[in-house]
Design a protein around this ligand. Structure first.
Ligand SMILES: O=C(O)CCC(=O)C(=O)O
Ligand SMILES: [Fe+2]
Length: 332
């Protein structure tokens, strides 16, 4: 179900040159966000065509672009924490992600995640070992729609492999094709509420900045007064999906959408596929057509752990403008 595209030598060279020219001048993430808007037009034509087909849903809900070179020594050790770091350098891998993301829409971040950095580190953290967070490891991260609680959730997420010595697998599944018509119809019922996961909700409680305080207040409002939503939406023939079993609940437990939901959960459980995002691999997931998760793995916490970088993409940045009060132009 997921198509793999291997970069050839010419494409690699062209991308390297483009990134090097950006890296020479770029001073901060706001500037990077602006530069890639135009610079992404200089990606090789083959890549732009691939992304155009993917965006238009000619291709499946997940694609992989492999073969971006990563120098293990240059990237240094795997960060031990996902805490925001004001001195974080812009790495060539960040630029690569931002360039590809910009051909799919506009990259953005949540101010409530990792201080709103444009790209986010997914690394295991000891204190989150058993949690349902990206920084967990010992527990399987149950498959989900990314940021399912938010009406501003990304249209696409990009996951890039900095290193993955444990070969820990990401999982991907789409709406199982055998889902019965009756269940499909029932799942259009707005009978569910979604709850922000702790990654968004908790760590801003003591935010020092005005932006942090506003972001926290927004999350609290969502927790106390969540809106009623459906699992499927869009076109009944080819619906989009919004589902996160760990962070949602039904409003009316007797409604037939609940049994349909339970059947769907079991089918997705059975149909998910493993994808090992290895060093230099970029997995792109359509957040309305597929869910993703992660198998459990043994973390080491010694700087040599699995390390992914993630970037969110929205196709409608205009819609986000009412939430953009952060010093980072791309954060909501
Ligand atoms: O680690 C992975 O492969 C996926 C992580 C993830 O889904 C998340 O952080 O939301
Ligand atoms: Fe995720």
């Amino acid at each position: 179900m997921h198509q793999i595209y291997d970069l050839n030598a010419d494409e690699r060279e062209a991308i390297e040159e483009l990134i090097a020219s950006i890296q020479k001048t770029v001073r901060d993430e706001n500037e990077l966000h602006r530069i890639v808007r135009r610079a992404c037009e200089e990606l090789p034509l083959s890549i732009r065509r691939l992304l155009a087909d993917y965006r238009a849903e000619v291709l499946g809900p997940a694609i992989q672009i492999s073969g971006f070179p990563v120098d293990d020594a240059v990237i240094g050790s795997t960060p031990l924490t996902t805490r925001p770091d004001p001195n974080r350098p812009i790495m060539r891998e960040d630029i690569y992600l931002a360039l590809i993301a910009s051909r799919l829409g506009t990259p953005f971040s949540f101010a409530s995640q990792q201080g709103g950095h444009l790209t986010q580190n997914i690394v295991p953290m000891k204190m989150a070992e058993f949690s349902q967070l990206g920084s967990g490891s010992k527990e399987e991260l149950v498959w989900h729609t990314e940021d399912a609680f938010s009406e501003y959730r990304p249209d696409f997420i990009l996951l890039f492999g900095m290193r993955n010595p444990q070969k820990a697998a990401t999982t991907v599944a789409c709406l199982p094709p055998e889902t019965e018509k009756e269940d499909m119809e029932a799942l259009f019922s707005k009978n569910f509420v979604f709850i922000p996961d702790p990654d968004h909700a908790s760590h801003l409680a003591h935010a020092a900045t005005e932006a942090g305080r506003i972001a926290h207040a927004k999350m609290q409002a969502m927790l106390s007064d969540p809106s009623a939503e459906s699992v499927l939406f869009g076109n009944l023939k080819e619906p989009y999906i919004r589902i996160d079993p760990q962070f949602m609940k039904p409003i009316d437990s007797q409604d037939k959408s609940v049994a349909a939901y339970q059947r769907l959960v079991e089918r997705i459980e059975r149909s998910q596929r493993d994808v090992v995002i290895d060093q230099g691999d970029l997995l792109i997931v359509d957040n309305h057509r597929a869910v993703h998760g992660r198998r459990s793995f043994q973390a080491r916490y010694d700087g040599s752990d699995r390390w992914l970088k993630k970037i969110n993409v929205t196709q409608d940045f205009k819609r986000l403008s009412e939430l953009r009060f952060h010093e980072r132009d791309f954060a909501i």
